[in-house]
Design a protein around this ligand. Sequence first.
Ligand SMILES: Nc1ncnc2c1ncn2[C@@H]1O[C@H](COP(=O)(O)OP(=O)(O)OP(=O)(O)O)[C@@H](O)[C@H]1O
Length: 366
Amino acid sequence: MATLKINDINKNFGKTEVLKGINLDIKHGEFLVLLGPSGCGKSTLLNTIAGLETSNSGDILIDDHNVNNMEPSDRDIALVFQSYALYPAMTVRKNVTFGLEQRKTPKEKIEKALNDVSNLLQITQLLDRKPSQLSGGQRQRVAMGRALVRDPKIFLFDEPLSNLDAKLRVEMRREIKKLHQKLGTTIVYVTHDQTEAMSLGTNIAIMDHGLIQQCDTPKNIYNKPESVFVADFIGSPSMNLIEGKLKKHDNNIIFMPNGSNDSIKIPVGNYSFKNKFENTELTTYLGIRPEHIYFDKINPDCFEIDLKSELLEYTGHEQIVTFDYLGQQVLGKFASTFDIEINKELKLNIDTSQISLFDKDSKKRI
Ligand SMILES: Nc1ncnc2c1ncn2[C@@H]1O[C@H](COP(=O)(O)OP(=O)(O)OP(=O)(O)O)[C@@H](O)[C@H]1O
């Protein structure tokens, strides 16, 4: 186990700034997932931690020791890639133990480590096979075995499951989670799959254009996104963002959607407003997740709005309905047992205790 601090890391490729001042403080035993769109810099950050890339400025500290000038092999880090990079001519046994042999680890120690890891990953029966005689999931397990056997301070995973089919992915995801629970190792894990990120991470760092947009628990990332980017990136379908004006009225906060006479009362307890807002209107996005729109008034915080149903997408266990709300598109998610008519004016409820508000100019959470 180890701590990992990333202090103000910048990285350029030629004139392109790929990492623009990254700060992360990763605790003992934390499972941090780096999540973000393609090209946002996730792998570059991981490779910089591993020492495969050199940053232009900033520091990387493992257990409070600066490792900037340390070779990758001296950092006591194990890396698992999406391409398993197993040696094709070697047996599974040799693939797993090769690194230890190179380090002149005593034979008995190697045997014990191989035994422990094979049992843990359930690859004992595969030890005499070559990689070509293994399935994708088995290969991934061997690649993990090779990393685990070294007992490193930190594990780095770069999209380790992306070559596997959907079913195997879910199985391996569970295995990685179990492994983390059992071993309590510090892990940094790169993915662009949000379900993987949500289910694995103790914390998730959302990256965009070389910046960390938000680093928080999966629950907070989903329920309290700090910016329009995070709100839009997480969730499928993503959060509805209804444009309008926010103003103070007596002791209440009211949201007025563009083009509508609705005055949606916001439960004030959830929000702290800046002074500048006292006497003005703020151009705002009201964010509401599709699953927080209901046919019934499920609690006193529900506010009824008129919507027109336009499109229905049936997915099996649920249905996604696209509505028109005075020219703005709003999506709702409902159990598949509901009968929903299309091209119909309907009255639905939005649960105002579940909304997020964003300043339209700064795109930040209010
Ligand atoms: N060796 C390199 N030389 C020049 N540009 C590079 C190099 N490696 C990465 N880049 C660029 O840096 C940016 C970040 O790449 P990186 O691989 O870190 O993104 P990523 O978030 O991991 O993306 P993906 O999810 O697609 O793997 C991209 O625009 C990429 O083209």
